[in-house]
Design a protein around this ligand. Structure first.
Ligand code: NG1
Ligand code: ZN
Length: 534
């Protein structure tokens, strides 16, 4: 067998003995074993586009918060959503075909099975983060795309959410759902304009220091700032850790994952007590806030905090607009959400909370079932989505007083300000700033809304993590048999105890989470459960 597909695949042979999996974050591993995967992903992207009659499909080359020597790739559906599960399986199968002939055969088999007309145009958008391996891996994807005869738009460097934005814009251009102009400038214009309108003349207090993880978020934030209102009128932003010239510094002692995991600010941060700070991750789809309190103690405002802040604000605005009876807000969390956050949403904000398995695609799907779905993982990954019916209700609604109109304007602006295709650190950050400005809050007031339960997250290396099977949104183990009962017994020994264990989807380990009334109890509980899991 020969032909362009066989040739492209032969150019990037698969390393022997490796098995690849399209997991919660796509394919992700050491960059030097990814060439063959990227070429095959190019083929799958072309097939997926053809299966949707030539809609644009996105390919993002990134390994997010992973170390600089890693890389990865994920595919994006036409409206900016994560890849459909069926196609995750196809991607995994394709990545693990060893010979070029098998790849080519599989490509044609999938086309036959899904009745994909290989004459239909295939359209694919590509972008990458700033990793050193990105250029080489882009070449590998391009070889796959070319072999499959796809039309390609290469946007160069983009944040992951910018790529999702481009995909959605390209597929909705000239329709009633047009999302925006599919250019970088279009992105900055859309979000900066919405920010200005949503602020309604209010000025966020103080300044904001943004740690960009030495990743692609740095140059993109610098660009975005040029489009924002001048600092005298709105927000003063200090950009730190934006060195993309030295790719080996990516995510090193900085970034959202470093801050969340170590519960400390990046050592390079010069921010003083009370100064508002936030950290993006390596591809700018996650953000966490933090500050040093008056006693110089580090305080984290994570994804749970962003969710509660935003849900409470949108709830207020919708109520003030007179829409409370027709639009219901809900919050979607995972089991990693702090118990105090869940309680705050249910009992104080009186909103519904759904719990889903880990991974934004699960949260996104649950949020899609709500009128307004606010979803965030504790690590800062999330967004807000508005259902079509809700958007229509808001569009048709006629305010009955100046107060109602004012609130309605803010809701409109927030809809534009929130990147509804995917969690977007830059858009989420601007949204948080709008809410804080409206509430006239600093980080201390935000922190005071509730007190987090002390908690501990441990990573346990086990022989075979596949034996750990869960139910109830990963909160209970069904296998190995008897283990859950032992965990329950430990949980009962501490006050306000909660603990669960699950296999990680991105690392070869089991994660153990525990929370309790005191730090000592939480740590003790985590340690005991980790012992049981080993
Ligand atoms: P795993 O490795 O499955 O726990 C981690 C994060 C998720 C999500 C994914 C994708 C935790 C506890 N888990 O998943 O929230 O972000 O990576 O990047 O933070
Ligand atoms: Zn990321």
């Amino acid at each position: 067998m020969s032909g362009p597909i066989v040739e492209a695949v032969q150019k990037h042979p698969a390393p022997e003995g490796l098995i690849y999996t399209y997991g919660t974050a796509g394919f992700r591993t050491k960059a030097d074993v990814l060439d063959s995967v990227l070429t095959r992903v190019g083929l799958v992207a072309a097939l997926r586009s053809r299966s949707l009659k030539g809609k644009w499909i996105g390919v993002m080359i990134t390994a997010s918060h992973n170390p600089p020597e890693d890389n990865g790739v994920k595919l994006v559906e036409p409206l900016g959503n994560m890849l459909q599960e069926e196609w995750e399986v196809i991607s995994t199968d394709m990545a693990n075909k060893v010979s070029a002939e098998h790849v080519s055969k599989f490509y044609h088999d999938i086309a036959a099975q899904y009745r994909i007309d290989l004459e239909t145009p295939a359209r694919v958008v590509v972008a990458r983060d700033t990793r050193a391996s990105g250029a080489r891996l882009l070449g590998c994807v391009m070889d796959g795309l070319k072999a499959a005869g796809a039309e390609v738009k290469d946007y160069g460097f983009l944040t992951t959410p910018q790529l999702h934005y481009m995909v959605r814009c390209l597929n909705t251009e000239d329709t009633k759902d047009a999302y925006g102009t599919p250019t970088e400038n279009g992105y900055y214009e859309k979000f900066s304009h919405a920010f200005k309108v949503a602020l309604k003349g209010k000025k966020p207090s103080g300044s904001l220091t943004v740690d960009c993880a030495n990743g692609v978020g740095g140059p993109k934030l610098t660009e975005l700032i040029k489009h924002l209102p001048p600092k005298e009128e709105a927000l003063e932003i200090f950009v730190i850790n934006d060195n993309v010239i030295k790719p080996e510094s990516l995510n090193v002692e900085c970034g959202a994952d470093y801050v969340k995991t170590n519960q400390r600010a990046p050592p390079s941060s010069k921010a003083g007590a009370g100064d508002r700070c936030c950290s993006l991750d390596g591809d700018a789809d996650r953000v966490v806030y933090y500050f040093k309190d008056m006693n110089n103690v580090f305080r984290l405002l994570d994804g749970d905090r962003i969710a509660t802040l935003v849900a409470s604000f949108l709830g207020d605005q919708i109520r003030q607009a007179g829409l409370a009876d027709s639009i219901k807000i809900g919050v979607v969390q995972t089991a990693y959400a702090n118990g105090a956050a869940t309680q705050y949403v249910e009992q104080h904000l009186k909103l519904k909370v759904d719990c889903t398995p880990t991974g934004v695609k699960h949260l996104h799907h649950a949020a899609e079932k709500l009128d307004v779905g606010v979803y965030f993982e504790a690590n800062g990954h999330g967004t807000v989505i508005f259902s079509d019916d809700t958007l229509e209700t808001i569009a048709k609604y006629e305010p009955k007083s100046p107060g109602q109109k004012e609130a309605l304007d803010v809701v409109h602006a927030c809809i534009d300000l929130i990147n509804q295709s995917v969690g977007d650190a830059l858009s989420d950050m601007l949204l948080v700033e709008v809410v804080l400005a409206h509430k006239n809050w600093g980080p201390q007031e935000w922190l005071s809304t509730y007190t987090d339960l002390p908690n501990r997250l441990l990573k346990v290396i086990v022989n075979d993590r596949k034996i750990f099977k869960t139910t109830d949104a990963e909160r209970r183990l069904v296998s190995p048999e008897g283990l859950q009962a032992q965990i329950d017994k430990e949980v009962q020994k501490v006050r306000q105890g909660r603990s669960f264990a699950r296999a990680s989807g991105t690392e070869d380990a089991v994660r153990v989470y525990a929370e309790a009334a005191t730090k000592a109890e939480a740590e003790d509980l985590a340690r005991k459960v980790a012992e049981l899991v080993k």
